[in-house]
Design a protein around this ligand. Structure first.
Ligand code: MG
Length: 356
């Protein structure tokens, strides 16, 4: 869906409640692409990997030494469709005492050996399984296995766990958890991704009345004006409309339910708190904010000079790239309450993606 594969993988793990740290390991040539893909997430800088998969994993494991976690999950970023359920099951198995966990799927196609381009003998598939990632491990044990067998060039980490004599448990893998390797896999992954998530939109609308004052808050930016806006909080109609749009996309009520004006603690509150709360709710549902579009409706103050500052402010509160934030302005041609300068209005649309 026009997004880097890495981004999808990061999203799945960033949304997992039991995952406390995410460390990306990448080829040096891809560091710029990687920081672009991970821009919206609060991640440590990517680690540059080695010449083999095994070497890259070893460096990744060393990079999280400061956290010294109980468990570590090692995942091929080329599997963007790993489900939250699989991540949870692997972790649960580790908590239950397994030293190493591998998701396995049975081989269902019949197998044939090809030798020198010729179709050769049938290979019995009984007892054969396909190993997927994420594979989960006791952190200290897999780290020492990696140090001990540094030159082994193993195909995956379970192979090293086996050599190190760790207790290995299996969990059922997922057919949808494909590894995107051949060009044709991209289209297949996109179809699966479209089915694994849903895109939702919500809209919000808000009005505040002008009163005496010397500035107004709009989209988190103070704008000098010959009047202020009346309201229980800082009366930032732009952020209120956007907060309502996000709550609308979640079908989670409205801003008044979450932050009742009857509550004294919200008096004069900075409205970014409301928006942060809505963004947190999206994150808790394992979702992502794809885009938002805010329109401010007023004759004065002029929005144009502050538009970019507003976009920066909203992008920062939501933790998304500025290219996903639009701020527009319009007048009502002198008509109605905004035309008469009695107040201003804002409307917003938010688009989010949630796991299906
Ligand atoms: Mg309001």
């Amino acid at each position: 869906m026009g997004e880097p594969i890495l981004r999808h993988s990061i999203e799945r793990f960033a949304g997992a409640p039991l995952v406390s740290k995410l460390q990306v390991v990448i080829r040096e040539a891809h560091t710029a692409l990687c920081s672009q893909a991970a821009a919206d997430f609060d991640l440590p800088p990517a680690i540059v990997g080695g010449t083999t998969r095994q070497c890259s994993v070893r460096r990744g494991l060393a990079a999280i030494e400061d956290v010294n976690p109980d468990f570590v999950l090692i995942h091929d970023a080329a599997r963007p469709l790993v489900s939250p359920a699989l991540i949870e099951v692997v972790i649960a198995k580790l908590i239950a005492g397994a030293e190493a966990v591998v998701p396995l799927l049975p081989v269902t196609d019949s197998l044939r050996r090809i030798s020198s381009g010729e179709v050769g003998e049938a290979v019995p598939r009984e007892g054969l399984c396909r190993a997927q990632t994420p594979q989960g491990f006791d952190y200290k044990k897999i780290r020492s296995a990696h140090e001990r067998f540094a030159g082994a060039n193993a195909t995956d980490d379970i192979a090293l766990a086996e050599r190190a004599g760790m207790r290995i448990a299996a969990v059922p893998g997922e057919e949808a958890n494909i590894k995107v390797t051949a060009p044709g896999d991209f289209a297949f992954a996109e179809r699966l991704l479209a089915g694994a998530s849903e895109v939702r939109t919500g809209n919000g609308f808000d009005v505040h009345r002008f009163r005496a004052g010397d500035h107004v808050w709009l989209c988190g930016v103070p704008i000098p004006h010959d009047r202020g806006l009346e309201g229980h909080s800082d009366a930032d109609a732009g952020l209120h409309a956007l907060t309502d749009a996000m709550l609308g996309a979640l079908a989670a009520g409205d801003i008044g339910q979450h932050f009742p004006p009857s509550e004294e603690r919200w008096r004069g509150a900075a409205s970014r708190v409301f928006l942060q709360h809505a963004a947190e709710l999206v994150k808790q549902r394992g979702g992502a904010i794809l885009h938002c579009d805010i329109t401010i409706i007023c004759e004065w103050p002029k929005i144009g000079p502050h538009r970019e500052a507003m976009r920066v402010s909203v992008a920062e509160v939501l933790g998304i790239d500025i290219s996903r934030v639009s701020v527009k302005a319009t007048t009502t041609e002198g008509l109605g309450f905004t035309g008469r300068g009695e107040g201003l209005a804002a409307q917003a649309v938010a688009t989010i993606r949630l796991p299906a």
